[in-house]
Design a protein around this ligand. Structure first.
Ligand code: HEC
Length: 210
């Protein structure tokens, strides 16, 4: 038998043996979860709790193999709505200049050498997925462009509230969207979100100027 033929015979045999001894789906999932849970020893709970799926993420994980039912989508929206917190000031529109910096800033906590390095303040990095200022070319295209957002939609109370809530927890308007739940996850504070809202809505913001 040539060496090639031997290899061809052995590969299916190895796969068959591999399958026979591989743990079942539930065991595999438990093992994977254990590995993730133990991957960050000594990290604060505020960070490690994000390695455990919340109820909405559990529902959203169905995507790929199955469609959400209407009831599941409604539950994700309900949980998202209940999560939204507003700034103490009650003012949902902050300073667009602060928002402009946040929208392109990707800083955040990171783990290096097993230690957590905390950034002074997290960035929002909207530009990773959205076009905003038309003069900025280094932007992502994973999400709809937000250029002209305020110019097109105005700054009514309802529009301001929508922008704030969308950024706080995007699933309140689009269950299981790829947009991160920035306020809900504690990545952005309510105050930071008001500045990003201003960046989208303020007529003086570069987002709304030609
Ligand atoms: C990881 C990619 C990603 C990031 C980062 C991201 N978004 Fe999104 N965003 C999306 C996607 C995808 C959609 C479309 C689906 C949806 O509506 O959730 C979206 C939708 C939106 C919408 C609704 C669009 C509309 O026409 O009404 C707004 C507003 C928005 N994002 C604002 C922001 C802002 C502001 C930031 C930064 C604070 C941001 N997004 C960060 C992916 C992202």
């Amino acid at each position: 038998m040539t060496r090639m033929k031997l290899v061809l015979l052995c590969v299916p045999a190895a796969v068959a043996v591999g399958c026979a001894t591989f743990p079942d789906q539930v065991t595999t999932q438990k093992l994977a979860e254990k590995m993730v849970a133990e991957a960050y020893p000594g990290m604060p709970e505020s960070l490690t709790r994000r390695t455990v799926q919340d109820q909405s993420q559990k529902i959203c994980s169905k995507i790929g193999d199955a469609k959400l039912t209407e009831a599941e989508a409604a539950e994700v929206v309900k949980l998202a709505r209940a999560s939204i917190k507003y700034p103490q000031s009650g003012k949902l529109v902050g300073d667009w200049k602060v928002g402009a910096k946040l929208a392109y800033n990707g800083s955040g906590s990171r783990i290096r050498g097993g230690k957590l390095e905390k950034a002074k303040e997290n960035g929002a990095l909207c530009s990773n997925c959205h076009a905003l200022d038309p003069k900025e070319v280094n932007v992502g295209n994973l999400a709809p462009a937000l250029t002209d957002f305020g110019a097109q939609r105005g700054n009514s109370e309802a529009m301001v509230k929508y922008a704030y809530e969308k950024i706080y927890n995007s699933w309140a308007y689009f269950p299981c969207s790829n947009m991160p739940r920035l306020g809900h996850d504690g990545h952005l504070t309510p105050e930071q979100i008001t500045h990003v809202v201003a960046y989208l809505i303020d007529p003086a913001s570069p987002v709304n100027r030609k």
